[in-house]
Design a protein. Structure first.
Length: 344
């Protein structure tokens, strides 16, 4: 049986600040597990996310990922798979990935102090947690710097390097203000899950994992829905109604931003900064048992402060047929619905 020891992250005072510090910078990073020859993993440097994922889910990362010779190709392959089930998230990660590759730098003679994010993790005996990368930014992510430990990097395999970079992408989303995660455990769990389930990745399975680790949004059959909501009392789960027979979503609260394809030539793009009404919801989407969108309801008021937060040609109710084809729009007075109305 593999024996484990507990390692707790400690405070970092990182000398690689982003210009003159403002006091609002936040750091997060990916960790490697450095093991000696007597450890259950053997001698080497491995991704913490991969090791934890294989332990959490009792299965290994697909073998074919180990045959890639370049970590960038592995990340690109993973993001291509993610496009199929979460295109909005994949597009975001692809943009961040290109930025990461272009902007990162390596430290040669220095090492990176472990980050204090309140997290506790478990590693095999004969192994130690090592800070492999640090991503430094301000809360709005306007100033960004990626720093890697070259000594650890060159000892890790392409797969473990790719796992570290995937962690950076996932944790960057987790640290957005709308998610506001205070440690990396959920991000490592999601990264490990993605790695080991890559070959059987499905939209429904990913949605349930994202909801479980309290990420804000998920794609669902052509539109983006809310998984958590933020109000005066903090975060809470967004209500979801499920079709009893098909197991697919029946009704969900719309995310504030989405791109909805109405035809081959037309996409309705909406980006709002508004939050749902504390007392109920006026923006939601309904689906047929097949999973196709049935209708989309927007609030009764256009947010004229933003050119991107508007109705569709003056209409706030869009209808689709059972094949998923958009066929009609109208202006209605939407009904305010409440959490209990989502209950099966």
């Amino acid at each position: 049986m593999m024996k484990f020891v507990v390692v707790i992250f400690i405070l970092v005072i990182n000398s690689y600040a982003i210009g003159m510090p403002s006091g609002y910078e936040r750091g997060n990073g990916g960790s490697f597990v450095a093991c000696d020859a007597g450890s259950p993993l053997g001698k080497g440097v491995f991704s913490l996310d991969r090791i934890e994922g294989e332990q959490d889910f009792g299965k290994s990362v697909p073998m074919h990922l180990q045959y890639f010779y370049d970590e960038n190709l592995i990340v690109e392959y993973i993001l291509d798979r993610l496009v199929e089930v979460s295109p909005t998230r994949a597009t975001l990660y692809q943009e961040w990935f290109q930025e990461m590759v272009q902007e990162r730098r390596f430290v040669e003679e220095d090492s990176l102090s472990p980050l204090r994010d309140g997290d506790v993790t478990i590693v095999p005996q004969g192994c130690a947690i090592m800070q492999g990368a640090v991503f430094m930014t301000d809360p709005k992510q306007t100033k960004i710097q990626f720093i890697y430990d070259r000594g650890l990097w060159i000892k890790a395999s392409p797969l473990d390097r790719a796992s570290l970079m995937l962690h950076e992408l996932v944790y960057r989303e987790a640290r957005l203000i709308e998610n506001n995660h205070i440690n990396s455990r959920a991000s490592r769990y999601l990264t490990g899950w993605l790695l080991v389930h890559l070959d059987e990745l499905t939209q429904d399975a990913l949605l349930k994992i994202l909801k479980g680790v309290q990420f804000r949004m998920a794609d669902y059959n052509g539109i983006v829905i809310s998984l958590t909501l933020y109000g005066r009392n903090g975060f809470r789960p967004a209500p979801i109604l499920w079709h009893r027979d098909s197991g697919r979503i029946h009704k969900a609260v719309l995310y504030r931003s989405f791109n909805l394809r109405l035809s081959e030539d037309e996409v309705f793009r909406r980006h709002c900064h508004s939050e749902p009404n504390e007392k109920g919801f006026m923006e939601y989407v309904e689906f047929y048992p097949s999973g196709h969108i049935k209708d989309v309801t927007l609030s009764e008021t256009e947010w004229r402060s933003s050119a991107e937060c508007t109705f569709y040609k003056g209409a706030n109710f869009l209808e689709f047929d059972e094949s998923g084809r958009f066929y009609r729009s109208s202006l209605i007075a939407p009904k305010l619905i409440y959490d209990h109305e989502f209950e099966n």
